[in-house]
Design a binder for this molecule. Structure first.
Ligand code: FAD
Length: 337
């Protein structure tokens, strides 16, 4: 099977699921990495190291900034001439858009946010979670090429082999576009809960430490946020020792404890870490749908009846202000940090 793998990146920072897509492509046959932008040499090198047999590179200043129209047109032109059986992309906001537009150009369909893809005979059978992760749907695409976006961390990442290389070919970019990017504005601190191998999250319980005395003169709401920030400091220290990211429940975000970029759940990010530690989070269904793909869930909660314990492999009934620093100290010792 001949597969194109689109290597999605923002200013040279590759979406790690692109490498996972290369690994999947190789399990089916040949893998051609497809890269758009400028200054792509380091990315092309990495694509070979992660398993690409060849690379098609549209290196053009017009593709420096992502815009749906030229990216989709360039991809569909490459697919028309290269006739792959399958085009894989990591699932991102960008790729959902460009995959859909390329599918219209190619008169085929898109299978989005897959957690499984297998080849049975000549038929690709895809799996994707639906109904907030309660069901896994099996789907096939009768069009050709099959276009599919893969959920981050749902597929194994291939080992990087620095001795590998391949053939790189420059291709023409389709640059026509009615839109231009005027600039970027950083909305919030960069958070990568979706890609993190470890996520330590805090909920409303992160503010519940009456023994902490806020600075004099603070009103009740500010005192609650101040306490929560102390709680999230502890959560951040645990995440940092484990090389992970900080997540949060919606209650914590809505109460102003932490920015939205950290929110995990139905209206936040879906995460799939190896380890998810929920601190002071009750375990509402809207939170649980965001962590269903986590490999190991640990909960710390004062309430032994909290629903989060039902989805946790390990649970600690206790105060997060006591348990989290104790865990941080234990991991520091264990990891020699
Ligand atoms: P709570 O439910 O108030 O739980 C706090 C927990 O902390 C309790 O279990 C308590 O026992 C424990 N606790 C208190 N003090 C301590 C302490 N010192 N140490 C240890 N434990 C302590 N929620 C999300 O998280 N993500 C979403 O994306 C999301 N989307 C939603 C979409 C919709 C349409 C709706 C209606 C709701 C959504 N929600 C979402 C909200 C969700 O229903 C819950 O309200 C929310 O998850 C509760 O957050 P929480 O667990 O932090 O707070």
């Amino acid at each position: 099977m001949k597969t194109f793998v689109y290597i999605d990146h923002f200013k040279g920072q590759v979406q790690p699921a692109s490498w996972e897509a290369l690994g999947l492509a190789k399990s089916f046959g040949s893998a051609t990495a497809v890269l758009f932008g400028t200054g792509l040499d380091p990315l092309v090198k990495a694509a070979f190291e992660f398993g690409a047999d060849e690379a098609l590179i549209a290196d053009d200043p017009a593709l420096t900034d992502y815009r749906a129209e030229p990216f989709a047109s360039t991809l569909s032109a490459l697919a028309s001439s290269g006739t792959p059986d399958l085009i894989l992309l990591p699932t991102t906001t960008r790729t959902r858009e460009m995959a859909a537009m390329a599918a219209v150009d190619l008169n085929t369909g898109v299978l989005v946010d897959l957690t499984g893809l297998s080849l049975e005979g000549n038929q690709l059978i895809a799996t994707r979670p639906i109904y907030e992760g309660k069901l896994n749907e099996k789907i096939v695409c009768s069009g050709k090429p099959v276009i599919a976006t893969l959920r981050g961390r749902a597929f194994p990442r291939p080992a990087q082999d620095e001795s590998r290389s391949g053939t790189a070919t420059k291709v023409e970019a389709k640059t026509e576009s009615p839109t231009t990017v005027e600039g970027y504005e950083v909305a919030e601190a960069a958070v990568s809960v979706s890609d993190a191998g470890v996520v330590v999250s805090g909920g409303r319980g992160a503010s519940n430490n009456p023994s902490l005395t806020p600075p004099a003169g603070m009103d009740e709401k500010d005192a609650e946020i101040w306490r929560a920030q102390e709680g999230f400091k502890l959560i951040g220290e645990l995440a940092s020792v484990l090389g992970g990211a900080v997540g949060a429940s919606r209650a914590a975000v809505d109460a102003g404890y932490i920015p939205y970029a950290h929110q995990v759940g139905q209206t936040g990010k879906v995460v799939a870490p190896d380890l998810y530690i929920a601190c002071g989070i009750s375990g509402a269904i809207q939170h649980i749908v965001g962590i269903r793909s986590a490999k190991l869930v640990v909960a710390i909660n004062k309430d032994a009846e909290a629903p989060i314990f039902k989805v946790s492999r390990y649970g600690v009934v206790g105060d997060l202000f006591v348990c989290v620093p104790a865990l941080t100290a234990a991991f520091k010792k264990k990891l020699g940090k």
